[in-house]
Write a protein that binds this ligand. Structure first.
Ligand code: HZT
Ligand code: MN
Ligand code: MN
Length: 501
């Protein structure tokens, strides 16, 4: 039950898109305004060199100039053909990577851009570790010496992050109402492979492209044959990853076209930024959760004349990230009352928050399963849902060896081991002629056929885990933003930060 009428004819789709393109960007928060300004600033953000004074000066200038003059000035700096982003929830220009000498659309592998010669990839956003007890870190020679031992690691994760930024910028240029989600995922994933120079387990996609819609919060990607088309009234979470030597950048944003959802998107964006800001060495995970909830729940959103408080999805969390391990073992709660474990030097985290107009609690729903109505916040009879199939799977990181008698299960596990290792994968990839990696299996030597029984056996044996779509109540809307950061000895580096979000 979409809140706004969805454009049905191609003409209506075009009109909706044109309307969006002619509209001013969403009412900018102070943060958004800064990010927007940075876009015409030739990578100043990445160099961490933009001073507050410089920003103030630019802001004043902007106020005096009419919008058209500003747009022209920005265009002159970025280059010919600068395009504002057609979807809401992000800022800046979709071809901003041309400032690095990248083509538009991007075709040059990021590691081959001359501007990054010698592995000199852009640093993420640098923030100080919060707390007086951390103040010494930023100037500590001892901590700086520790960082010099990790130059290669930092270079790898910064490369993965730059690939993520360029792939998502490209995706933002073609994600419009009317696109088939399977096509969107294939284009995004193929660009990810191309820009990262996919080499099997060495470098490639970090995990399947989530494109969960509306009340589905996470872990939906189309299976083969799914013809779902993105609608004007949809709220879509685009969640994808890039990995180099197992170091995964996990980063997501929300796409919507109808401005009624802007406050919901803003709530999740601000809550994620609050989590990123609050995080640091020796900070308790529960304190981050409390700060996130405070920000998220300060928003409300009016849809069809009804006002909804924005709620945190309380059983979803951010997480630490280890090499080849998307969930490293620690969780960042997004509500108060979490555990008091502290963050530690050297750890990687994905801070992700989910704001919902629904119950603020997600359940796994599998096609054909039986649910009591209580599950959906009402009482009475139970019913069977015909909802979403599972698409996401991942080898259990800790399960070493399981005896498998059935040859088809054995063969599938061997395919998974060599193609994905302990990285997550989806059914669509098993259906590809390369079985998920041209580097590992050759362009046509990897396709898996009639594997669903074998996959189920691997799940039943515990060696593979299924990650079904996580759903709030039907008719609700969920927004998500996510960033990956690193707790360096001297500072916090928000690796995935871009000028879009
Ligand atoms: C699992 C399977 C995948 C990790 C978080 C996430 C997308 O919900 C502890 C905290 C991909 C990722 C994951 F195929 N999950 N981030 N981005 N999904 S999670 C999780 O399972 S476990 C969060
Ligand atoms: Mn994610
Ligand atoms: Mn994540």
């Amino acid at each position: 039950m979409p809140a706004a009428p969805s454009p049905a004819t191609p003409e209506e789709v075009m009109r909706a898109t044109e309307e969006l393109e002619s509209k001013a960007p969403p009412s900018p928060s102070p943060d958004d305004a800064d990010e927007n300004e940075d876009d015409n600033d030739d990578g100043a953000e990445e160099e961490g060199g933009d001073t507050t004074a410089a920003k103030k000066k630019k802001k004043k200038k902007k106020k005096k100039k009419p919008a058209s003059a500003k747009a022209a000035a920005v265009k002159a700096v970025i280059g010919e053909g600068s395009k504002p982003c057609p979807s809401r929830g992000v800022t800046g220009f979709v071809d901003s990577y041309v400032r690095y000498g990248q083509t538009d659309p991007p075709t040059i592998p990021v590691a081959e851009l001359p501007v990054f010669a010698g592995g000199n990839f852009p640093e993420g956003e640098i923030m100080e570790h919060p707390g007086d007890f951390n103040a010494y870190r930023i100037g500590s020679e001892e901590k700086r010496a520790l960082e010099r031992m990790h130059t290669d690691l930092y270079s790898k994760v910064r490369l993965a992050a730059e690939v993520h930024r360029e792939v998502r910028r490209y995706a933002q240029s073609f994600i419009k109402p009317g696109i088939k989600l399977a096509d969107m995922c294939e284009m995004l994933e193929n660009k990810n492979r191309e820009l990262v120079q996919e080499r099997g387990l060495e470098r490639g996609i970090g995990f399947p492209t989530g494109c969960s819609l509306n009340h589905v919060a996470a872990h939906y990607t189309p299976n083969t044959g799914d013809n779902t088309v993105l609608q004007y009234g949809d709220v879509m979470k685009v969640d994808f990853g890039t990995q180099i030597d197992g170091r995964i950048i996990d980063c997501a944003w929300t796409v919507s076209f109808d401005p009624v959802y802007d406050p919901l998107l803003e709530a999740a964006k601000m809550a994620t930024n609050e989590g990123v800001k609050t995080a640091g060495i020796d900070v308790r995970l529960c304190d981050i959760g409390e700060a996130i909830q405070e920000v998220m729940e300060s928003y409300e959103v009016e849809i069809n004349g009804k006002v909804y408080p924005v709620k945190c999805c309380r059983n979803l969390n951010g997480h630490s990230i280890g090499p080849y391990q998307i969930h490293g073992g620690k969780s960042i709660p997004i509500v108060k009352g979490g555990d008091a474990t502290k963050m530690e030097e050297g750890e990687f985290y994905a801070c992700e928050t989910f704001g919902s107009t629904g119950r603020g609690y997600v359940v796994e729903m599998e096609e054909g399963e039986f649910y009591a109505c209580e599950t959906f916040g009402s009482t009475g009879c139970g019913y069977v849902v015909k909802d979403l199939e599972c698409s996401h799977y991942m080898r259990d990181f800790d399960v070493q060896h399981v005896p498998l008698r059935l040859p088809r299960a054995k063969q599938l596990l061997s395919h998974i081991n060599k193609t994905f290792g302990t990285l997550a994968f989806c059914r669509r990839w098993l259906d590809r002629p390369d079985g998920g990696s041209t580097f590992v299996n050759g362009a046509t030597g990897g396709q898996q056929v009639k594997y669903l029984g074998a996959l189920k056996q691997l799940c039943d044996s515990g060696v593979v885990n299924a990650y079904p779509p996580l759903c709030d109540i039907k008719g609700s809307y969920v927004a998500q933003y996510e960033h990956t950061f690193l707790l360096r000895p001297t500072c916090k580096e928000v690796l995935s930060r871009g000028d879009d979000f």
